[in-house]
Design a protein around this ligand. Structure first.
Ligand code: MN
Length: 135
């Protein structure tokens, strides 16, 4: 069965971009455009992974993260923070805040697929590593 990814993001261009990046690898991408709907959607569809924009219109991404990690039905879903204007130390900051992973915009397709594979599909990751090792 295809793995489900929920992308909580208000920027439609980013949504479209990420959808195009993950579809060829067979993932199903669902989206929510603010934190409140993201939390509702996550409880309903139980995605395998959540990509979470930190700059949302209704609440900070870390607040959304907290809500997701506090709900028993979503607490175990890996959450990848997505941020713009990345600065040195951001990765450590978001990981310390409870995110399982971190990706800075502009999003690189290779990085995105590797991070997703790391959390939801180790077979794909191993194939990618194997392909890299042979290149
Ligand atoms: Mn945003």
């Amino acid at each position: 069965m295809a793995q489900k990814i929920l992308y909580i993001e208000d920027n439609l261009l980013n949504l479209r971009l990420v959808r195009r990046m993950v579809m060829p690898d067979g993932y199903v991408l669902m989206d929510a455009q603010d934190g409140e709907h993201g939390v509702m959607m996550a409880s309903k569809v139980k995605p395998d992974l959540i990509l979470l924009d930190m700059n949302l219109p209704d609440m900070h991404g870390l607040e959304t993260l907290k809500m997701l990690k506090e709900k028993p039905e979503t607490a175990k879903i890996p959450i990848i923070a997505i941020t713009a204007n990345a600065m040195v130390g951001d990765r450590d900051y978001y990981l310390a805040a409870g995110c399982d992973g971190y990706i800075a915009k502009p999003i690189s397709r290779k990085e995105l697929l590797n991070v997703i594979a790391y959390f939801v599909n180790r077979d794909v990751l191993n194939k990618r590593k194997f392909a890299l090792a042979r290149a």
